[in-house]
Design a binder for this molecule. Structure first.
Ligand code: BGC
Length: 721
């Protein structure tokens, strides 16, 4: 697996380029060098006009190019910045389709080019450790292998457009509320096996140009200038040759940042603007040029070079990394690709990702797919049916060219013939409890309709501009618990009682506690935040125009307490520290090993067709293993299956999870069609990180290869010695 072994250093920068860079650095004055290693506005770094070195323009973010800001972070008006809003990270990961990762990245790269952005601040690949993390919606998975595969596709997609991706947030940024101060403490094994493989794959397989250091501390030092994370691992062991920029305001110490590998300081203007000093300043806290000279890596850095406490070569090395990225992305010769904005193709990618990412969680008695023919009326219930999400959640906000809500999607599909009756059902508002009048309206609508569809779950909060504790899926906050807010449980129970033909569609950034009514609902769908075409994709899935093929990229626990971070570890941290006592037992690694039954398992996702697996053949060839299986679509419609290959080690003294994902393939088959599917596992798939030896080892003992349709639906198991 990508987490193991020591691949060659990044190979993307060549000798000729290095010579050119050396020449350029020689021409630069100290002031000019300092100018390029910190921000010059909220999203640019300094350039050197005299030498033709441009500013770097960065932009969020993971699922679309962010709207334009002024220097004071106020959104610009009257600019053409409404673009493609892609489904968020969870949806992309739920496709289990790396080809779509590439397509997704291509859209971002192309639109970034059109908007003259040099670096896209994404993908966000932090491990989904607790379901409460407010930023889970941006992230991909609880599993490092799935993250690695999806992120590499995404990065290549962006970078093949000549724009840099920026993988974030390095590393261990798994909670939001205290993200700037919390000191994360975990075992070395957990770090190596769970929290780092995605980043390592981004560097070595994805050849990513830039990485963003995170806000939190790691073992006592801020991650952005952690000697261990940045110098030892990222730039040392992994051979990263690109630039490490800070998160916005994550630098806290000039000397540490200079010596421990921070190449570009961004966002400290935010910190300065919020500080008492600048708020009481005569300019009323407004940003002006001076602010940028107050960055840790500005005047203070220059002074350190001047007084001899830092060698100028340290600054040169940062400038070199920045220039490498500029050279590689044609920022110095102006040969940029033009880019395309809002094309039909981009919208089609947004639709495709949503269609493949939506997960059919439950479908008892074949309630789904619905058939439009003969359907006399549909009741649509819930504020999430009409809610737009593009501008929600924090820095990942996108001004969407348009956003098809679930209700609009249904109307698009059904046309005028089938009446759709909408009832709000609940109100997204601060401290809102169940509203009996709204529930009554919903019950009446459900009772008089052939079928009812409830769109419920999480939201990006009641007010996009406030990232407070009622925001649920948003940056800077964590969810208070897993309970459905706004009295939705009462609503859902009442509607299920009124009409058993009720479909529940969950929206949002992952698990929510549905234990109060799950047994009474025949059909449940996970819709995530499915982007600008999300409403169309949802309607197509519900009515069978698209056969669902998404699989959960994270475990849905029954109860919050069942989650490993809450049961064995801590979440959130206390007194400035958080201990990841669950170690490597994150997500399904915990549920399977500790025999805790989840609501829905990692990798789970149903289809409208059925797939049959032949007996698999497993052949060992030295350290590698080849697995072959015939997959047949044994049902009556075309569909796709994600074959998931897990490895389990038998009889070992080393603590190992019950099983770990080591390969997967998504296979599309017509009804009745059959295909031979082959997997190649290398020696890395069988290794663990040994803390004493400080390296990847294979423990003695046999292994089981498990192949299945979900982590809890294994269709074949064989032992390899
Ligand atoms: C976020 C980053 C984002 C940056 C710039 C920070 O608050 O953590 O993910 O890229 O702001 O908007």
């Amino acid at each position: 697996m990508s987490g193991a072994g020591n691949l060659a250093a990044q190979s993307l920068f060549n000798t000729a380029a290095e010579a050119k860079i050396t020449k350029l650095i020689r021409k630069m004055t100290l002031d000019e060098k300092i100018a390029v290693i910190h921000a010059s506005s909220s999203f640019t770094s300094g350039g050197v006009k005299r030498l033709g070195i441009p500013e770097i323009t960065t932009s969020d973010g993971p699922h679309g190019v962010r709207p334009e800001h002024g220097r004071d972070w106020v959104l610009d008006e009257g600019v053409d910045d409404a673009g493609t809003y892609l489904p968020t990270g969870n949806t992309l990961a739920a496709t289990w389709n790396p080809t779509l990762g590439y397509a997704y990245g291509s859209v971002l790269g192309s639109e970034a080019n059109y908007r003259s952005k040099d670096i896209i601040l994404g993908p966000g690949i932090n491990i989904i450790r607790s379901p409460l993390n407010g930023r889970n919606f941006e992230y991909l998975s609880e599993d490092p292998y799935l993250i690695a595969k999806m992120a590499v596709g995404y990065i290549k997609g962006v970078q093949d457009q000549g724009v840099s991706a920026c993988v974030k947030h390095y590393a261990a940024n798994n909670e939001e509320a205290d993200r700037g101060t919390v000191n994360v403490l975990m075992s070395e094994r957990a770090l190596r096996e769970i929290y780092l493989p995605g980043f390592k794959a981004a560097v070595q397989e994805g050849q990513v140009n830039s990485i963003m250091g995170s806000y939190n501390k790691f073992r006592g030092q801020h991650a952005t200038h952690s000697a261990y994370l940045v110098n030892t691992i990222l730039k040392g062991e992994w051979g990263f040759k690109g630039l490490l920029m800070s998160d916005w305001g994550s630098v806290h110490d000039t000397k540490e940042a200079l010596l421990n590998g921070t190449d570009l300081e961004m966002g400290t203007d935010l910190v300065l603007m919020n500080s008492t000093v600048s708020q009481t300043a005569s300019n009323g806290g407004k940003v002006h040029e001076d602010l940028y000279s107050q960055f840790f890596m500005a005047d203070a850095a220059k002074a350190m070079v001047k007084n001899g406490s830092i060698k100028e070569a340290v600054i040169d090395e940062k400038v070199r990394r920045i220039l490498r990225v500029m050279l590689k992305t044609h920022m110095l010769d102006g040969k940029r690709i033009k880019g395309v904005y809002n094309s039909k193709n981009h919208q089609a990618t947004a639709l495709k990702v949503a269609e493949e990412g939506i997960v059919l969680l439950k479908n008892e008695g074949g309630l789904l797919p619905l058939s439009a023919a003969g359907l006399k009326s549909v009741a649509v219930i819930g504020e999430n049916a009409t809610r737009e999400n593009a501008m929600g959640g924090g820095s990942s906000q996108v001004k969407a060219k348009y956003e098809i809500t679930p209700l609009e999607g249904l109307k698009n599909l059904l046309g005028k013939e089938t009446p759709v009756k909408y009832a709000q059902g609940y109100k997204i508002a601060l401290n809102q409890q169940a509203d009996s009048a709204l529930i009554q309206q919903a019950v009446t609508a459900a009772r008089s309709a052939d079928v009812a569809i409830i769109y419920c779950g999480w939201t990006h909060g009641y007010d996009y501009s406030k990232w407070d504790n009622n925001a649920y899926d948003a940056e800077g906050v964590d969810k208070p618990n897993l309970d459905m807010p706004f009295g939705q449980n009462e609503l859902i129970k009442a509607v299920l009682e009124a009409n058993p033909k009720t479909i529940v569609v969950l929206m949002g950034g992952g698990p929510i506690d549905i234990s109060g009514w799950v047994d009474h609902a025949a059909a449940i769908v996970e819709g995530w935040y499915p982007g600008m075409e999300g409403g169309n994709a949802l309607a197509k899935v519900l009515f069978g125009q698209v056969n669902p093929s998404g699989k959960l990229p994270m475990t849905f626990p029954k109860k919050l307490e069942d989650s490993p971070a809450h049961h064995l570890g801590e979440f959130p941290g206390k007194n400035g520290e958080v201990h990841y006592n669950e170690g490597i037992f994150v997500g399904y690694r915990y549920f399977d090993t500790f025999k805790v039954k989840p609501q829905y398992a990692f990798g789970h996702g149903l289809s409208y067709t059925t797939f049959t697996y032949s007996a698999m053949s497993v052949k060992r060839n030295g350290n590698a293993v080849t697995v072959k299986v015939k997959l047949k679509n044994s049902g009556s419609r075309a569909g796709a299956e994600v074959l998931q290959l897990y490895v389990k080690q038998n009889q070992t003294k080393i603590e190992k999870p019950e099983k770990e994902l080591k390969a997967f393939r998504k296979i599309f088959l017509k009804a009745g069609e059959e295909q031979l599917v082959e997997f190649q596992l290398t020696a890395d798939a069988f290794k663990y990180y040994d803390e004493t030896q400080k390296g990847w080892l294979t423990a003695p003992g046999s292994f089981n290869i498990m192949l299945g349709s979900a982590s809890d639906d294994i269709r074949g198991e064989r032992t390899v010695l």
